[in-house]
Design a binder for this molecule. Structure first.
Ligand code: MLY
Length: 293
């Protein structure tokens, strides 16, 4: 069992509890995954929810499938559970009188779509109906309590499932924070989100679990810069050893937004210890920042 994260020890160490399984829209036993790479299925285009598209299974991990839309690019792969309501047998939308649509960013001319579709489905290995598992029931209400631990998909790195904690609970919404990651990956979701799992789900389903990170949690000696973010031009020589750089889903600024700073080196008179810089994905982050972080 040493290859698995020791939740029991961690719960003890942090004097916390695991969110009970009945809180989650997940089966007690993770479903079996009998899909194989190369199989085709139908799914909603995650970037355009009005389109139903053909997708190919690229990879499988536990009950999860890595999918790529046929006719799209390989930069927008996404993940679905085998018991997701968003995947179905090829032919489902046609039965309902709908049509299979080209994905957003279809790689050729829209007029080529009919021929492309015919070609992509011809002799394709279709995922058979029995592979699709019906979606689990939705819990009757939001039973989560702040402080409970869980396993959650890192939406910025959706191949990862990580140790996390429930923050604020309000109506149907819950706040998910990633243990040891200083807030950069946190998000709000519905209590019935398919992206969250009870403690032990990864181990049961054969999925890797990311243990807590080592970033210092926001605490007393951390202050938000008053007056809002500080703007710096792209490639600014912000030299500080403790920076966390977020290149995905940056704020709308075309430049670099400094959110929190080690103020001894950058902005004097503030008492924070780490820097969190958001770099717009179109920008070069300059010689002092690690773009892979
Ligand atoms: N390259 C990123 C990966 C962060 C993953 C965070 N998850 C696990 C919450 C980094 O090291 O910052």
């Amino acid at each position: 069992t040493s290859q698995f994260f020791d939740w029991n020890a961690y719960l003890k160490e942090t004097s916390s509890e695991a969110a009970p399984a009945f809180c989650f829209k997940q089966y007690e036993e993770p479903p079996e995954n009998k899909f194989e790479p190369g199989m085709k299925l139908e799914t909603i285009d995650p970037r355009n929810s009005t389109s139903t598209c053909v997708a190919t299974v690229i990879h499988k991990v536990g009950p999860r499938l890595r999918l790529r839309l046929d006719g799209g690019d390989n930069k927008n792969d996404f993940w679905r559970l085998v018991d997701s309501s968003e995947i179905s047998v090829v032919g489902t939308v046609m039965e309902k009188g709908g049509l299979l649509q080209p994905p957003l960013g279809f790689r050729s001319n829209a007029s080529c779509w009919p021929q492309f579709l015919q070609k992509t489905l011809n002799n394709a290995r279709m995922a058979e109906p029995f592979l699709f598992v019906p979606e689990p029931p939705t819990p009757p209400e939001n039973f989560f309590k702040p402080g409970q631990k869980l396993e959650a998909i890192d939406r910025k790195n959706p191949h990862l499932i990580c140790a996390a904690t429930i923050g604020k609970v309000e109506d149907d919404d819950i706040f998910i924070s990633f243990d040891g990651w200083k807030g950069a990956f946190d998000y709000n979701c519905k209590y019935y989100s398919r992206d969250i799992f009870p403690v032990g789900w990864c181990q049961k389903s054969g999925h890797l679990l990311q243990p807590p990170g080592h970033k210092i949690a926001a605490g007393k000696n951390k202050t938000r810069i008053q007056g809002g973010p500080v703007m710096l031009p792209c490639g600014s020589p912000v030299h500080n050893s403790n920076m966390i750089v977020q290149t995905s889903s940056a704020p709308t600024s075309p430049q670099v937004t400094l959110i929190e700073a080690d103020t001894s080196t950058i902005i004097p008179k503030l008492e924070t210890r780490q820097v969190c810089v958001y770099v717009n994905s179109e920008c070069n982050c300059g010689p002092f920042l690690n773009p892979n972080k």
